[in-house]
Design a protein around this ligand. Structure first.
Ligand code: GRF
Length: 215
């Protein structure tokens, strides 16, 4: 049976927040080109106008907005949190996807999108939270690593886990080779997790995210 195409009106509206290269943003934008995909990237919001993600947005014809999040590295000023929330409200955003956004979300944005905000992390959480996750995994000596898509809460990479994909760690791996292998899985995991979310298949029970069977 053919699944009917989603009309724009029915698609979940995504805002992607990114600070850098933007390959996960691109993976989401690409998935959204498929009319059977239940979501659409409506706006890219960045704290870095020089981000590679900005030129990717241009190539996909996606609107982008730069918001100065303040001088404190890794943190966002209350004003910037309000500004981002206002941009999301103006674009009628249903779900916020963090994709290499180098700030801890707090304030108005957290309050407005709790339970509706996702992040991708390049390690198998709860191991190796925070920066340089691939280096942490390599130096710790794990045999397997991977990526995790999770809901965002107030902590650092601490929200309920939606899905994970694994990769082997090889004895000759460098941070670069391991990161590359993980990144390929990130580009599969994030669109898949957003699909689950947008089709209403996720239910959170405490720390556990139950994924209902479905199309
Ligand atoms: C990815 O490894 C993602 O897991 C992490 O930051 C990196 C962003 O890469 N949160 P990109 O900008 O999506 O290429």
């Amino acid at each position: 049976m053919r699944i009917p195409c989603w009309t724009m009106r029915e698609k979940s509206r995504i805002a992607v927040l990114a600070s850098g290269r933007g390959s996960n943003f691109e993976a989401l934008a690409r998935a959204c080109l498929d009319c059977d995909y239940p979501a659409a990237v409506v706006v890219l919001i960045t704290d870095n106008p020089e981000a590679g993600a900005v030129s990717i947005a241009d190539s996909f014809n996606i609107e982008h907005v730069a918001v100065d999040c303040g001088p404190k590295k890794g943190s966002m000023s209350p004003e910037s949190s309000e500004k981002i929330t206002a941009v999301c409200a103006a674009h009628k955003i249903d779900v916020v996807c963090l994709a290499g956004f180098m700030r801890i979300v707090k304030g108005a944005l957290m309050a407005a999108y709790r339970g509706r905000m996702l992040n991708i992390h390049p390690a198998l959480l709860p191991s190796f939270r925070g920066l340089d996750a691939q280096r942490q995994a390599l130096e710790f000596g794990v045999r397997w690593s991977g990526c995790t898509v999770h809901f965002v809460d107030e902590g650092v990479d601490s929200g309920a886990i939606i899905l994970q994909r694994i990769v082997p760690v090889r004895s000759d791996d460098t941070v670069e080779s391991l990161s590359e292998r993980i990144l390929r899985e990130e580009h599969v995991a994030y669109p898949e997790a957003v699909r689950f979310y947008a089709t209403g298949r996720l239910r959170v029970e405490g720390r556990r995210v139950i994924i209902r069977e479905g199309v």
